[in-house]
Design a protein around this ligand. Structure first.
Ligand code: ZN
Length: 251
C-alpha cells in the first residue's frame, strides 16, 4: 500500500537468469516490495534458466509461504517435446496454483502467426490462464501487432503485452488493444509520454503496471503516480485490472 493505493507488480522475476547472471531471491524480493509499498507480485521465471521445474518449484514455495503477496507464472523453453511442455503447464496451473503463462519471444522464438504455435494458446485456454508476452526487443516475434492473430483466433484467451512494446512499439500495442478486447497492456519500460498516448486510446481497465526487475520498481510505480489520471484510473492500473485477470478477484 502506498499513497492509499494497493499495488500489484505484474511483472518481476525470481530465481537465476542463465543468460545475464541476474538473480533475485525471495528475501530480496520481499524487502524490495516492502520498501516500495508493493502488496502483491507476479513472479515469473527468467526466460533462460537451467531447470524450469526447479524455478517453478521455487516460485511455488514463495506462493505457499506468502499466498497474499505472490502469484506465479510458468515459463518454459517451447521447443522441448510438446507433451513435456503441456505436462509442466498443467502441473503449474493445477498443482502449484499459477495464474499465468509467460512467453519471451526474444529467447523463445515462437512465431505468433504460425499454427505451429497453437499448442501454447490451446494449453493456456485449457487451463484458463492468460499469457503474458514480452514485447519490444526481440522483434519480429516480439512485435505487439502479431498477437492480434492469436487473440482473434482464441477469443476466450487473454493476452497481456508485456512492456507495452518497450515504448518504441507502444503504437502497435494501442492498435492491438483497440481491435482485440482480450488484449491487455503492461507498462514496464515505457516512458510517461508513451503511457499518456496509450491512455488516450485504451481504458485503465485494460492496463497494468510492472517493474520487470526490482531495481526498476521505484521508477515504474512512481511513473503511474505522476500520471495526469484520476484516482480511479490509477487504482485500476495498480491493482484492479491484474487482480481480476490473474486472481479472478473483482473489487
Ligand atoms: Zn521480464
Amino acid at each position: 500500500m502506498r499513497n492509499g493505493f494497493q499495488i500489484y507488480d505484474t511483472h518481476t522475476h525470481l530465481g537465476v537468469a542463465r543468460h545475464s547472471g541476474r538473480q533475485w531471491s525471495l528475501e530480496q524480493m520481499l524487502a524490495s516490495m516492502d520498501r516500495y509499498g508493493v502488496d502483491r507480485s507476479m513472479l515469473i521465471p527468467f526466460p533462460v534458466v537451467d531447470d524450469h521445474r526447479h524455478t517453478h518449484d521455487t516460485i511455488a514455495a514463495a506462493i505457499r509461504a506468502f499466498p497474499d503477496r505472490f502469484a506465479g507464472a510458468a515459463c518454459i523453453y517451447p521447443f522441448i517435446p510438446e507433451q513435456q511442455f503441456k505436462d509442466e503447464i498443467r502441473r503449474c496451473a493445477e498443482e502449484l496454483g499459477f495464474g499465468a503463462i509467460k512467453l519471451q519471444p526474444q529467447y523463445q522464438a515462437l512465431n505468433p502467426l504460425s499454427p505451429r504455435t497453437d499448442f501454447l494458446w490451446e494449453t493456456a485456454v485449457k487451463h484458463k490462464v492468460p499469457v503474458i508476452v514480452h514485447t519490444g526487443a526481440g522483434a519480429p516475434f516480439a512485435l505487439p501487432s502479431l498477437y492480434i492473430m492469436p487473440a482473434r483466433r482464441f477469443p476466450e484467451l487473454n493476452i497481456i503485452l508485456g512492456h507495452c512494446g518497450g515504448g518504441i512499439y507502444a503504437g502497435e500495442c494501442i492498435v492491438a488493444a483497440t481491435v482485440c478486447p482480450n488484449i491487455y497492456l503492461e507498462l514496464s519500460s515505457c516512458m510517461p509520454h508513451h503511457i499518456r498516448e496509450v491512455l488516450n486510446h485504451v481504458e485503465p481497465s485494460r492496463i497494468m503496471a510492472g517493474s520487470d526487475v526490482p531495481e526498476s520498481l521505484e521508477a515504474e510505480i512512481g511513473k503511474i503516480f505522476t500520471l495526469d489520471l484520476d484516482d480511479a484510473g490509477k487504482r485500476a492500473i495498480l491493482w484492479d485490472t491484474p487482480r481480476k485477470l490473474f486472481d479472478g478477484v473483482t473489487a
